[in-house]
Ligand binder design. Structure first.
Ligand SMILES: *[C@@H]1O[C@H](CO)[C@@H](O)[C@H](O)[C@H]1NC(C)=O
Ligand SMILES: *[C@@H]1O[C@H](CO)[C@@H](O)[C@H](O)[C@H]1NC(C)=O
Ligand SMILES: *[C@@H]1O[C@H](CO)[C@@H](O)[C@H](O)[C@H]1NC(C)=O
Ligand SMILES: *[C@@H]1O[C@H](CO)[C@@H](O)[C@H](O)[C@H]1NC(C)=O
Ligand SMILES: *[C@@H]1O[C@H](CO)[C@@H](O)[C@H](O)[C@H]1NC(C)=O
Length: 579
């Protein structure tokens, strides 16, 4: 990792960094179950749910299934929506608009609101520039008759690619535990559609080969501009421009599978100049065969503890998957990448190997709990990315939440620099704790928590960004005015550029951290943006300054020209090792 010491006279005075003690605090109720959660600004997050009987009401008195979360007041306000947003994917595009795609078929249930079929849905939101979420850009724009996907997609993935548009992949026509050849959308499309491909999809051999566990494919844009896709126990490097599979990676070791419904995560670890070598970390999920029947499974079947990581360069691929073990087994774990480059793993459960689609209990003994998973994982895990193997994984300093966060839960980094943790609902309806006639486990969860690092809990000194550019081109320099507390000034200084991702179903699509080259002179921090859109696809980002492991609040920045996609190549090409 590229870093500078502030006082070069003290090059090795990096005393054992104080153990960070994190704390959970409960603050407010989300009003809907935000199983899709996207941080929009320092004051707002967008939440999407399913149209059922939620406490958050639209002005007409009907239940809302979309809303804004207000970080300043810890309250939710409703958003009008047309289509059923349940189980959608999405990402920001190059002009700063958040696009949610796909979703659920019609939920034609009286009292549940009037959502239309969302499986071909395209929903645009923002940029919403007001702090309180009112005014232009702060509404969901939909026009289902004229603006929709080419095919129906339930459980699809979308990621922003180097031209600033969305690469959309996979999903299913219908609700299912395992995807099937008869219902699978084993294909790709783009938003906006590519020239010459309007109304068309591209067939995907990879998705065909990864049935029946290829829903919400874990997909990451690499610094080469190629896309890594992971599903079931397989991974491919795909070239968007030539529509070619460049290579398959070795299968995940020891029978482990991460594709939905087996539910392990994949996370791109931080990219650092000058080589931006990409390493993917995948953890949790299942070690059952994908031919197992639901009757053969139990919600008590322990998930896997296995993590595997690989650096996606020729040398890294030749070295194979490097295996590590979590302290306990996890299914539906999610990852929040911190400004320091470490990764917090939280939410999900210890058992239930087909945790997905647990809204309709399908595993043999799932009627016992009304969920396909059991034994909630209520304590987080810290993955320290730069430490040597064997020392990276720890639970020291991480608290246990009183709240199980099972299927349909979410967690996201915020502008304040803490983690918002919300939602959970393994039931096909709202089951509140005080209205649970069958005593089913894991009631629907509206309570919001924040997981705070100790410097937020204690209010101890942090770096403060007082001025920063709102937009920078690629391969450009900009200046940030920053105050580093003297107590942190002898430690490592890092500047992180972060995409927090579109969070749903324990999958943080698009989540990315690029460390920026920087020099500090007095209070002026000069940063250099990534060389091109392969390293950071053009679009909105957050910048945090981290001194001795303590980060500032984030500031928002547009990277690139901010135009509508697709954008022509911006910046400069650099010599890199990424496949
Ligand atoms: C963190 O918690 C541990 C155990 O509760 C305590 O010993 C330690 O002093 C705490 N560290 C900090 C920095 O507060
Ligand atoms: C929802 O649909 C019902 C039945 O079709 C209708 O009576 C009601 O007015 C609709 N509500 C809205 C807000 O459109
Ligand atoms: C990957 O999954 C396939 C299909 O279920 C299976 O045949 C193969 O043995 C698995 N690979 C490993 C390394 O477990
Ligand atoms: C409800 O289930 C819990 C275990 O999940 C059990 O401890 C409790 O006794 C049950 N309550 C009733 C009223 O059945
Ligand atoms: C962003 O680009 C999309 C796709 O071209 C377009 O539909 C949308 O209106 C744009 N948003 C803004 C705010 O211009």
């Amino acid at each position: 990792m590229r870093s500078t010491k502030l006082f070069s006279l003290l090059p090795f005075v990096h005393l054992a960094m104080a153990q960070k003690n994190w704390t959970f605090v409960q603050q407010g109720n989300s009003g809907i179950i935000p199983l899709e959660l996207i941080t929009l600004s320092p004051t707002l997050a967008l939440m999407y749910d399913r149209p059922y009987t939620n406490p958050l009401k639209l002005p007409n008195g009907e239940s809302a299934w979309a809303g804004l979360w207000h970080f300043d007041t810890n309250m939710a306000t409703p958003l009008e929506t047309v289509t059923n947003t349940f189980c959608a994917g999405g990402a920001f595009i190059s002009n700063g608009t958040l696009v949610a795609i796909g979703g659920q078929p019609l939920d034609d249930i009286p009292g549940w609101g009037n959502a239309t079929d969302g499986t071909m849905g395209i929903r645009l939101f923002g940029p919403c520039t007001s702090a309180d979420g009112t005014g232009p850009g702060c509404t969901v724009f939909e026009d289902p008759a004229n603006m929709h996907l080419v095919v129906t997609r339930w459980y699809p993935t979308a990621v922003r690619i180097p031209d600033g548009s969305l690469f959309i992949m996979g999903g299913s026509d219908l609700l299912t535990t395992f995807n099937g050849a008869d219902i699978a959308q084993n294909n790709y499309e783009f938003y906006p559609p590519r020239a010459g491909e309007v109304g068309q999809v591209r067939k995907s051999k990879f998705l065909e080969d990864t049935l029946p566990a290829n829903l919400f494919p874990r997909s990451i844009v690499l610094p080469s501009g190629h896309v890594l896709m992971m599903a079931n126990n397989q991974s491919v490097i795909y070239d968007i421009e030539t529509d070619t599979e460049l290579m398959r990676l070795p299968e995940l070791p020891n029978g482990v599978r991460i594709g939905v419904p087996f539910d392990g995560f994949a996370q791109l670890l931080p990219l650092s100049p000058p080589l931006y070598e990409p390493t993917v970390l995948a953890c949790g999920g299942s070690n059952k065969p994908d031919t197992i029947t639901l009757d053969e499974m139990s919600i008590q079947d322990t998930a896997t503890t296995q993590c595997q990581r690989m650096t996606l360069t020729p040398a890294g691929i030749a070295a194979g998957w490097e295996i590590e073990q979590l302290p306990d087994a996890r299914v539906m774990p999610e990852t929040v990448i911190l400004p320091s480059g470490d990764v917090v793993i939280l939410n999900g459960a210890h058992s239930g190997q087909v945790a997905r689609y647990s809204g309709y209990p399908s595993v043999g003994d799932s009627a016992d709990t009304g969920s396909n998973a059991a034994n909630p994982a209520q304590r987080g895990i810290m993955y320290k990315t730069t430490l040597p193997s064997g020392q990276r994984i720890t639970q020291d300093g991480l608290p246990t939440s009183p709240i199980p966060r099972m299927y349909h839960s979410a967690a996201t980094l915020t502008g304040k620099g803490n983690i918002m943790v919300a939602a959970s609902n393994p039931h096909p309806f709202v089951l509140t704790a005080d209205n649970n006639p069958n005593n089913e486990s894991f009631p629907s969860e509206y309570r919001v928590e924040y997981l705070n690092p100790d410097f937020i809990t204690n209010g101890s000194p942090r770096p403060v960004i007082s001025k920063s550019p709102s937009q920078l081109a690629f391969n450009a320099q900009g200046t940030i005015t920053v105050t580093i507390p003297t107590s942190l000034a002898s430690g490592e200084l890092q500047v992180s550029l972060i995409d927090m991702g579109f969070i749903t179903h324990a999958w943080h699509a698009g989540s990315r951290l690029v460390f920026l080259e920087h020099t500090l002179s007095g209070n002026t921090l000069t940063i250099t943006t990534p060389p091109n859109g392969n390293i950071y696809p053009p679009g909105p980002a957050w910048i945090y300054v981290v001194a001795d492991g303590v980060w500032s609040e984030g500031v928002q920045i547009m990277i690139g020209d901010g135009g509508n996609p697709p954008r022509p190549a911006q910046g400069v090409s650099v010599s890199i090792t990424s496949v």
